[in-house]
Design a protein around this ligand. Structure first.
Ligand code: ADP
Ligand code: ZN
Ligand code: ZN
Length: 742
């Protein structure tokens, strides 16, 4: 009797049992296939995980699946493995995980999947290296498992699914059990992609001669092809990391293998894409938040069929199926946008590493400012380290300095010293970039008479005044309202604006330098498609004297004419409640600074601060990011924080102000009762912003120096939370490896 174990999107960590569809041959029931199944009073799309011979439910209660939806599994074996891994690691329901892996169009029933061509991926099984000593005692009561295990043990290269099938008809179940026991690994045997990749690799641009470090790095990465490894490419801004990527990609294409490139935000990397397009004429596809469902499905299917050679995409592109994946690149690997911040909270960089391991291909992580996690992995020898310490093409590193603004005259957040420098660089026809990580005109509107301020009715936050649209907006929940003409509290018309946003800096600069051409770039004026590209094009073409922007301007762009960078509000970040705040400021400062002085022009970076003695800023400015990172890692070690301590954050929120805290206290007591060695729960603590979008928020930090112990606890905790009646009174979520505690 075949019982289908089906993953269906639901908040419960379980699978659902079904009987096979009528008239479906046994061998068509392949894991990874989409099924239409009755669910409640409706129908849903589920993914077949396994075919078993038992069910916990009485057979009479099992319903029958309607049909298999695709001629072959929608999720190939390596993605099924990744999904299982991710579900276990992030303690997130498998149904929601596999659903996240599918393009939206395939999650719905009414879409028909057209034009999918069969892939020829075969599965391959190998014994895990560490488990050779396992006693057959363990497998005593599972004869087929023992048989498979011994067969695999006897063959160094492992066995194909076909070979194992000869040992017993329910080999799939048995091998799955061995995998679950950690005794066997499943891989996708690499297959050859059609020859068209080879035929079209010559692009239009000319390749620069690599400098020594680039050459070493490129050779190392070419040599890494064909097996799994993780390499951190740490290269100062402008050192030519992209060129190293391009060389590895070329070598990969020459071996008829596909490439996945993950980038933080597609809108922020038009230049990277442009360079790929110039270098390679093969099929390059993009996947990002603006990609339509239809388009996403097409790219997904073509990559799966091996017809697309390079996929460049944001976070969720890590789930793209490939016929023959040869390498994975994660550009700006430190970027926070790789972490999904709601629902299934995965980290795309970390999943990329797991995927590389399953596909046996190299993973290259690139950054000028690597995450402390990756640096720690280098220190323990898990990741290989390559560095590019010099700028390419003879460009000099920028000269970075702190500008002490204490007691100095400030004009709308701009110090006199900085304004003088701007005037100087304008005169020398240099381009100037001013960085401020806050959009809008002013973050606070206040009554000068009674102190009333325009606060968001739903959050513990002020509303930001946006001058162009003349609205007050909450940047946390999106609430909006009209700007009051007079104070709602005392009715006087004496309102003042406190603080600066990019709009205000733009106005102040326009006032001071009336003939300068100014371009502002932030989320507010780049919403429409193509706006960012056109502003960036103007900026690089030199149609602007002064660029003003938020972090959108800080990442990855190459502005050849920039000679002066002013960082305006670093102080704000120094007071953040988050333990990762300093790491993020350091990364941002280095990234922004990297925009200065490319292509031979001397660059200068000025950081305005009221804290010129701040040790973090001092080390960063005088010794650079690697020294900063060393100190920061040391601090994290002493404070027992990530990456030395493994963290999970349980968040709870509710409209009632007392519920979340009570709930987390209950959970905390449960955790203590579970008594898992080396695991602590800290809190409950109120979230740094207690009320957001009308809900009160609390959190419980669960930590352990041993990842294994943390996961032992979470393995028990997650199902317990699902059945805890109090869980229904709050909105809760579990975040493994949180990137922020805010
Ligand atoms: P990164 O990604 O490390 O910031 P890029 O790859 O964007 O650096 O390279 C910075 C600039 O240097 C680009 O304009 C690039 O074309 C140029 N460049 C890279 N490698 C070389 C080289 N070997 N010789 C000359 N110019 C180079
Ligand atoms: Zn007032
Ligand atoms: Zn709000």
């Amino acid at each position: 009797m075949s019982i289908l174990k089906v993953a269906i999107p639901s908040p419960l960590s379980r699978t659902f049992d079904y009987l096979p569809p009528v008239g479906q041959p046994e061998n068509a029931l392949l894991p990874g296939s989409r099924l239409s199944v009755p669910f409640g009073r409706g129908r849903k799309v589920g993914i077949l995980l396994d075919v078993e011979s038992y069910s916990d439910l009485p057979l009479a209660r099992l319903r029958r699946a309607d049909a298999i939806l695709d001629p072959e599994p929608a999720l190939p074996p390596d993605l099924m493995l990744l999904a299982r891994w991710a579900s276990r690691y992030y303690h997130h329901p498998i149904g929601e995980v596999v659903s996240a892996f599918l393009p939206t169009a395939l999650r719905r029933l009414h879409d028909t999947m057209t034009g999918v061509r069969p892939t020829t991926q075969a599965r391959h099984y190998q014994i895990t290296e560490t488990e050779h000593v396992v006693s057959s005692e363990l497998l005593k009561r599972a004869p087929l498992q023992r048989k498979l295990f011994n067969a695999l043990k006897a063959s160094k290269a492992g066995c194909s699914g076909e070979q194992l099938a000869e040992l017993g008809s329910s080999w799939r179940t048995a091998v799955r059990a061995l995998i679950d026991r950690g005794l066997v690994v499943e891989r996708v045997a690499s297959t050859v992609v059609p020859r068209e990749i080879n035929a079209q690799r010559h692009g239009r641009d000319s390749q620069p001669v690599l400098h020594d470090e680039q050459h070493t790095a490129a050779e190392a990465m070419k040599g890494a092809l064909g097996s799994f490894s993780v390499t951190l490419l740490e290269g100062v801004t402008g050192s030519g990391k992209t060129e190293v990527y391009l060389r590895m990609v070329q070598a990969c294409l020459e071996q008829a293998q596909q490439v996945l490139v993950l980038v933080p935000e597609i809108g922020l990397t038009p230049q990277l894409i442009e360079r790929f397009r110039k270098r390679f004429t093969c099929r390059i596809e993009l996947l990002h938040s603006g990609t339509t469902d239809r388009e996403r499905l097409r790219v997904w299917q073509e990559a799966k069929a091996g017809q697309t050679h390079i996929v460049i995409g944001t976070r969720s592109a890590v789930f793209t199926p490939f016929k023959s994946l040869g390498s994975i690149i994660v550009d700006e690997e430190h970027d926070l946008s790789f972490k999904q911040q709601d629902g299934f909270r995965y980290h795309a960089r970390d999943l990329a590493v797991i995927r590389g391991r399953e596909r046996q291909c190299p993973v290259l992580l690139g950054s000028a400012t690597p995450s402390l996690e990756s640096l720690a992995n280098v220190a323990t020898g898990r990741y290989r380290h390559l560095s590019l310490s010099q700028r390419a093409g003879g460009a000099k590193p920028p000269q970075i300095g702190l500008l002490d603004v204490r007691r100095r005259a400030m004009h709308e957040g701009l110090s006199e010293g900085l304004l003088e420098l701007i005037a100087e660089h304008l005169q020398q026809k240099g381009q100037i970039l001013l960085f401020l990580n806050r959009r809008g005109f002013a973050p606070v509107l206040m009554c000068h008479d009674c102190g009333w301020s325009a606060d968001c009715p739903r959050c513990d936050a002020h509303m930001t005044l946006h001058l162009k649209s003349h609205r007050l907006r909450c940047h946390h929940c999106g609430s909006e309202r009209a700007v009051p003409a007079s104070c709602p509290e005392c009715a006087l018309e004496n309102m003042v604006l406190v603080g600066q946003g990019t709009e205000r800096i733009e106005a102040a600069i326009a006032d001071r330098f009336p003939s300068a051409r100014i371009i502002r770039i932030d989320r507010d004026n780049t919403r429409r498609k193509g706006q960012l590209e056109s502003l960036l094009a103007q900026a690089t073409a030199g149609d602007a004297d002064i660029l003003i922007g938020t972090q959108m301007l800080a990442k990855g762009h190459h502005f050849p004419r920039v000679t002066l960078v002013g960082i305006l509000d670093v102080d704000r970040g120094l007071f953040s409640a988050d333990f990762r705040a300093t790491e993020h400021i350091a990364q941002l400062v280095v990234q922004v600074s990297g925009r200065a002085g490319r292509e031979g022009r001397e660059g200068r970076v000025v950081i305005q601060t009221h804290q010129p003695d701040n040790p973090l800023l001092q080390v960063l400015v005088q010794q650079g990011y690697p020294a900063f990172a060393r100190d920061a890692l040391e601090e994290r070690k002493e404070a027992a924080l990530a990456p030395f301590n493994h963290l999970a954050l349980l968040r709870a929120e509710a409209a009632d102000s007392k519920q979340p805290r009570h709930y987390l206290q209950t959970v905390r007591a449960m955790i203590q009762q579970m008594a898992i060695e080396d695991v602590w729960a800290l809190g409950p603590a109120v979230a740094p912003m207690e009320r957001m979008a009308g809900r009160y928020r609390w959190q419980l930090l669960i930590q352990s120096p041993q990842r294994k112990h943390l996961h032992q606890l979470l393995d028990k905790l997650r199902p317990a939370l699902e059945t805890l009646p109090a869980s229904r009174k709050v909105r809760w979520s579990l975040d493994v490896d949180p990137v922020t505690l805010l």
